[in-house]
Design a protein around this ligand. Structure first.
Ligand SMILES: Cc1cc2nc3c(=O)[nH]c(=O)nc-3n(C[C@H](O)[C@H](O)[C@H](O)COP(=O)(O)OP(=O)(O)OC[C@H]3O[C@@H](n4cnc5c(N)ncnc54)[C@H](O)[C@@H]3O)c2cc1C
Length: 287
């Protein structure tokens, strides 16, 4: 598997890590938990740069939200009282569905986002939470929203640098949240996953709606048309149904070994409906 790797570096600072990657001119590769990387058959990789000694395994409450180091494991997210306390705990719930306990003990949130799988389970809750990512190269440190990150072509997202941090903004006011995942087995990768958030204004109408879906497009996505249908309206069962139908029209699923495209489209509607109903109930809307 790694017979072509000539060196494994374990730098102790972000600066040293990005310098190693820069000097390697594309022959180096970041490794975190290795749960995706070990399956990769890229024989151009000559050396690996580990991220486990960079001090990126923190979860910190911030006055404006929460900062999560990219090297935090799924197990750390799953058990963190801070992560469980934000946005109805949907990120902790999503992390708890990533593979087996053994996988979750080493797999990181940074690896999950950087790997570029459209089915990444932490991507949908983070998109629904309007999260941002911080990227570091040898020359610059950049922050962008996760939506902007996923809108870039996969090869330009990390750009030879490091994903160092995820920021989750604080959500004020009355809101409800949901994470939904459907896979072949409990520990399997999602056939479709979905996350949603609904904010309710003082007059009882929907102040904002966020619906994110995974495994139904080239990258994890937000269903913007469905969100626009909900915003400013009183949430009813009928409106939720129309939003879920809109989700089914917005997704662009493919057929693969896990499911046919049409099955994924149908499932997107079902999961969006379930997610929105859960959000509405949590936010105290009478359906
Ligand atoms: C049996 C099994 C079950 C799985 N089940 C699930 C599941 O249910 N849900 C799910 O979402 N995933 C699942 N996965 C996929 C995988 O575990 C996750 O995507 C995991 O979060 C990847 O993190 P990692 O730390 O292991 O990444 P690695 O394998 O170390 O890296 C993955 C990629 O990201 C890059 N990378 C890693 N960290 C950084 C960083 N900080 N900056 C820049 N680039 C970086 C690496 O260079 C590599 O290209 C499963 C995998 C296996 C083997």
């Amino acid at each position: 598997m790694f017979d072509h790797i000539q060196a494994f570096y374990q730098p102790t600072s972000v600066r040293e890590a990005v310098r190693l990657l820069h000097d390697g001119k594309g022959r180096g590769r970041v490794v975190a938990g290795g749960t995706d990387l070990t399956l990769l058959r890229d024989r151009s990789i000559r050396f690996l740069v580990g991220v486990t000694h960079l001090g990126l395994d923190y979860i910190r409450r911030d006055p404006n939200g929460c900062d999560i180091g990219a090297a935090c494991t799924m197990a750390a997210l799953e058990h963190s009282p801070v992560v469980r306390g934000i946005a109805g705990g949907i990120l902790a719930r999503a992390a708890a569905t990533c593979g087996s306990i053994q996988i979750r003990n080493v797999a990181t949130v940074g690896g999950n986002l950087a790997n570029g799988s459209p089915a990444a389970d932490t991507a949908t809750p983070l998109l629904a939470m309007d999260a941002a990512v911080v990227l570091q190269t040898d020359k610059s440190r950049r922050r962008m929203t996760l939506r902007e990150f996923f809108a870039l072509p996969q090869r330009r997202r990390i750009n030879g640098g490091l994903l160092v941090q995820i920021f989750v903004p604080k959500c004020k006011g009355r809101a409800g949240w949901s994470f939904q995942k459907f896979g072949r087995t409990e520990t399997d990768i999602a056939i479709v996953n979905a996350a949603a958030g609904l904010g309710i204004a003082k007059d009882g109408t929907c102040a904002w709606a966020r619906i994110a879906l995974g495994a139904v497009a080239p990258a994890p996505m937000r269903a913007e048309k469905a969100e626009a249908l909900l915003a400013g309206q009183t949430i009813t069962a009928d409106l939720i149904e129309r939003a879920a139908e809109s989700v089914a029209r917005e997704v662009q699923p493919i057929t693969d070994q896990r499911a046919p495209a049409e099955y994924r489209r149908e499932l997107s509607q079902v999961l969006a409906r379930r997610a929105l109903r859960e959000c509405a109930q949590q936010a105290g809307c009478a359906l």
